[in-house]
Design a protein around this ligand. Structure first.
Ligand code: WT7
Length: 652
């Protein structure tokens, strides 16, 4: 294990298991036979799923072409239109009146969109984008709050074969700029603002600032009016959504695109400063997203009300808010705001109001709700809930048990789903009618997915020995590369272990063969289920004139999983600057976005380095987590840690 890795610590050994309730198992969508069928003939299994769950314009000829590994082609020769699969075909099947989206705005405004209405809105948006010159292969940046137009925009791009790049609304102008530049976007879709914690929060100024930073490829900016706040408008470039999309024709004939046509790029943090543009394509992505959504959440589209609390700015919002639920014809809730606005019972109020049956959220939100107290959810009728999902980071057994007891009424199965931006769709998870679940473990690979836990040499590990999680066979929704950087794709994921995909996560298998995740083994942090790169935040810090050097670590945090803690060495000319730590926090917020703001900034005079000059973050993590500092013998100067601790004592 790398010297600088997080230290693969074992979670508590957990022996409790919860078999699926009998009535649940009897009615379940997925049975144990799925594993057997996938085992017998993996490719035939996926081909069958692709044909059953997706409507192809032209059927595919070959299930997998792996001849140019690690660049995969799935469902070769097939053509399809993703938007047709997500809306039109449900209307054609007579389900046009089914609700696709129950939208709940943070201020309490609501909007209901049936599949028939969604089809019209997506068609209008597609016609409008086409009138702005957007065609198949063009890139469109989407920078929107959680409003129906976010989903509509994504589907409108998919309908035209334009590749979208959604940028999280919480990211700064700088982050938006670098993403627009990297993807060479032609159009940006944004809003005047969205509602956040009871107030309108502007978005459009960040787009203006991003586009002012350099000459870009952006020709038009389409602006949704959400809050009605004063918004600067560049008449030659900006257009209001309601003036362009609303009057557009609701007739649009979807064209089929190749199964490997690029559907979207989504940027995610890696171990270097520059975010990676993860590329996903069409047929394989939609197949695995739809398959996992149906089977892991036990989806019965005629009855269920599904709610995924993720933002469309993350992969969960792409796969399990936009594409899979709509491809499966589900009815879902889309909520704009935060869980505690205007009060801490807001989520549970929404569950009660819409009789949500399937809830998909993150451990950080569960832990926050747990901290706020049982009496809050207990005020609401949550009896409609029958499946609970978790994603984003390992869920600790305590939070798992609370989720089950207080939210799930001690009976709803919990599915702890492991996957990544890169994997596109779920990879490891229980099946709710089949698996006896275990608090804290994501358990086993889904049917058709082959994973393992291996040691440094790529040899399989068992019996609770910590190692690395790898994927051993290509899977339909796998990333097809990093936008514009094929070499980085190979280096990052395929060079650590011969012929295997290296996920960057530590894991162990218990005596039953169930997988337990142990956190990242690289310099990637996980804050509230969001991936942040230590290097990216360090670069932001050293770009401030007061900072000479910086080291960032993710320290364990009760609510957010990890919290960003920064150690900085100030330039002597700034050593006495008043309020410098707060200024540095704000600076990071501006450079990357508020989620990246360090929780603590600690000023030190030295940083612990190895003889080769590599910062030993492990030791800094010990300090940040108030632990005794571990083995420091490989430091170039072993007195540094004493010095740092002395510094901090003086400072506090
Ligand atoms: C990383 C991927 C997948 C959508 C959300 C995050 C961690 C994710 C789990 C889980 C343990 C998990 C891993 C992974 N992770 N889900 N159920 N148990 N760890 O997507 O930003 O691409 O981050 O999140 O470390 O590598 P992402």
């Amino acid at each position: 294990m790398a010297e600088d890795s997080k230290g693969v610590s074992n979670l508590l050994h957990e022996n409790r298991t919860f078999p699926p309730p009998e009535d649940f198992a009897r009615e379940a969508v997925a049975g144990a036979d799925l594993y057997e069928r996938a085992q017998q003939d993996r490719l035939a299994f996926w081909a069958e799923q692709a044909r059953e769950l997706i409507s192809w314009e032209r059927d595919f000829e070959q299930t997998l072409d792996w001849s140019e590994a690690p660049f995969a082609k799935w469902f070769v020769g097939g053509t399809l239109n993703v938007a047709y699969n997500c809306v039109d075909r449900h209307v054609e099947a007579g389900n046009g009146e089914r609700v696709a989206i129950h939208f709940e705005g943070e201020p309490g405004d609501t909007r209901t969109l049936t599949y028939a209405q969604l089809k019209d809105e997506v068609s209008k948006a597609a016609n409008a984008l086409a009138s702005l010159g957007v065609a198949a292969g063009d890139r469109v940046a989407i920078y929107l709050p959680m409003i129906p137009e976010a989903v509509i925009s994504m589907l409108a791009c998919a309908r035209l074969g334009a590749t979208h790049s959604v940028v999280f609304g919480g990211f700064s102008a700088d982050a938006l700029h670098s993403r627009i530049v990297d993807a060479e976007a032609k159009v940006v879709i944004t809003a005047d603002g969205g509602y956040r914690r009871g107030k309108p929060s502007a978005l459009k100024p960040a787009v203006d600032a991003a586009l002012a930073k350099s000459e870009t490829t952006v020709e038009k900016v389409l602006v949704v009016q959400r809050t009605g706040q004063d918004t600067e408008f560049d008449e030659s470039r900006d257009l209001w959504w309601h003036e362009v999309v609303d009057p557009a024709s609701p007739e649009h004939t979807p064209q089929g695109f190749d199964s490997e046509h690029p559907l979207f790029i989504l940027y995610t943090s890696g171990t270097t400063g520059k975010p990676k543009g993860i590329l996903h394509t069409t047929g394989g992505y939609l197949t695995q997203a739809a398959f996992t959504h149906k089977n892991v959440f036990d989806l019965k589209p005629e009855k269920d009300v599904y709610w995924c609390t993720a933002d469309i700015g993350w992969i969960t919002g792409h796969s399990y808010l936009t594409y899979a639920p709509l491809a499966n014809g589900a009815t879902q809730v889309v909520y704009e705001g935060t869980p505690d606005t205007p009060h801490r019972g807001r989520w549970w109020e929404i569950v009660e109001k819409y009789k949500v049956t399937i809830l998909y959220t993150a451990p950080t939100a569960i832990r926050a709700a747990m901290k706020w107290g049982d009496d809050i959810p207990e005020k609401y009728d949550l009896s409609s809930l029958r499946v609970l999902g978790s994603v984003g980071e390992p869920i600790n057994p305590e939070a798992w048990m609370w989720y089950r007891r207080v939210i799930g009424g001690d009976k709803a199965p919990i599915v702890d789903t492991w996957w990544q931006t890169e994997t596109g769709a779920l990879m490891i998870s229980p099946l709710p009618g089949v698996t006896a679940t275990k608090p804290g473990s994501a358990q086993r690979a889904l049917p058709g997915i082959v994973v393992d836990v291996v040691d440094d040499a790529g040899q399989p590990l068992e019996n609770n020995v910590g190692g690395f999680l790898v994927v051993k066979e290509p899977w339909p929704s796998m990333l097809r590369g990093i936008w514009g950087d094929p070499q980085r794709f190979k280096d990052t994921y395929w060079s650590t272990f011969e012929g295997m995909y290296f996920a960057g996560d530590g894991a162990r298998r218990d005596d039953d063969g169930d997988i337990w995740f142990l956190g990242r083994v690289d310099d990637v942090m996980n804050v509230s289920g969001h991936r942040l790169s230590t290097t990216e935040i360090e670069s932001a810090l050293v770009s401030h004139p007061a900072v000479a050097e910086a080291a960032v670590v993710g320290a364990a945090d009760e609510t957010t999983g990890q919290a960003v803690v920064a150690f900085v060495i100030l330039r002597s000319s700034h050593a006495e600057d008043e309020g410098i730590t707060e200024a540095l926090r704000q600076h990071v917020g501006q450079e990357i976005g508020p989620i990246a703001k360090p929780k603590r900034v600690l000023v030190v005079s030295e940083l612990p380095k190895t003889r080769s000059g590599k910062i030993m973050r492990r030791l800094l993590r010990d300090v940040a987590e108030n632990r005794e500092v571990g083995d420091a013998t490989t430091l170039a100067d072993s007195s540094v840690m004493d010095l740092i601790q002395e510094n901090l004592k003086k400072g506090s």
